[in-house]
Design a protein around this ligand. Structure first.
Ligand SMILES: Cc1cc2nc3c(=O)[nH]c(=O)nc-3n(C[C@H](O)[C@H](O)[C@H](O)COP(=O)(O)O)c2cc1C
Length: 87
């Protein structure tokens, strides 16, 4: 039941260094592509960051939330905030 998934959902900020299988990454990207968005700001794309230097740079840029750099993969959604469409 969906309500059970919502009840058990939680934020994860600790990660194993285990590599993520390509098929799992592609499944996550497909789900992200199909996700709805506020103001019709459909993501222009997703940047998959695997290299440690890139992950550390992203963590530094998010008010030093360094746990972000510990994830084996970080996905950045890119949107054009000027192109919002009100229906
Ligand atoms: C729009 C949005 C932005 C968020 N940004 C951050 C963030 O920058 N860093 C972070 O650690 N958690 C972020 N969160 C997660 C919330 O802080 C988190 O849901 C809250 O700590 C409650 O924990 P829970 O998700 O385990 O219930 C964000 C959540 C939302 C909805």
């Amino acid at each position: 039941m969906m309500i059970e998934s919502i009840r058990h959902r939680r934020s994860i900020r600790k990660y194993l260094p285990t590599p993520v299988e390509e098929e799992k990454l592609q499944a996550v990207l497909e789900a992200a592509r199909l996700a709805p968005s506020g103001e019709q700001q459909t993501a222009l794309g997703f940047i998959v960051v695997k290299e440690e230097a890139g992950r550390v740079a992203l963590a530094e840029a998010t008010r030093k939330q360094m746990w972000i750099a510990e994830a084996p993969i970080v996905i950045v959604a890119v949107a054009d905030v000027e192109a919002a469409v009100w229906m």
